[in-house]
Write a protein of this length. Structure first.
Length: 127
């Protein structure tokens, strides 16, 4: 599986889950297809597929970077992905504590709020 798109799609499914990827693929149009190909090949086929660091570590880094840069829309998706990456709630709060110190308390606070709500939703879905 050396093709970045094929590898990326496999990694994307392993991290985000088939249901999420199937919904994203079903919503894809001719307009956003080039963007979807770009993220599948680059983010998923190259960065997330690299084995230099673990998916758990990559998950923690991603959540911290999303919070630190204020890209909050992606946090719930990546919190859900922790079920597949091995990042624990303790890992996630440690990542957000780093955000508080190095990028700002308000960003960490908002990320924690989103994480708590997403974890609650995930627990409710399994009951």
């Amino acid at each position: 599986m050396s093709d970045p798109f094929t590898l990326g799609m496999a990694t994307r499914r392993a991290v985000l889950g088939d249901a999420h990827v199937d919904r994203a693929e079903a919503a894809k149009t001719a307009f956003d297809a080039p963007f979807q190909a770009l993220i599948t090949e680059s983010a998923w086929g190259r960065v997330w597929s690299d084995t230099t660091i673990t998916r758990r570590e990559r998950s923690m880094l991603t959540l911290a970077l999303l919070a630190a840069t204020g890209n909050f829309e992606e946090i719930p998706m990546h919190i859900r992905a922790t079920a597949n990456t091995g990042a624990t709630r303790e890992d996630v709060i440690q990542a957000f504590l780093h955000v508080a110190i190095y990028a700002g308390v308000p960003k960490a606070n908002h990320a924690i709020k989103l994480a708590k709500a997403t974890y609650a939703d995930m627990e409710e879905e399994t009951q």
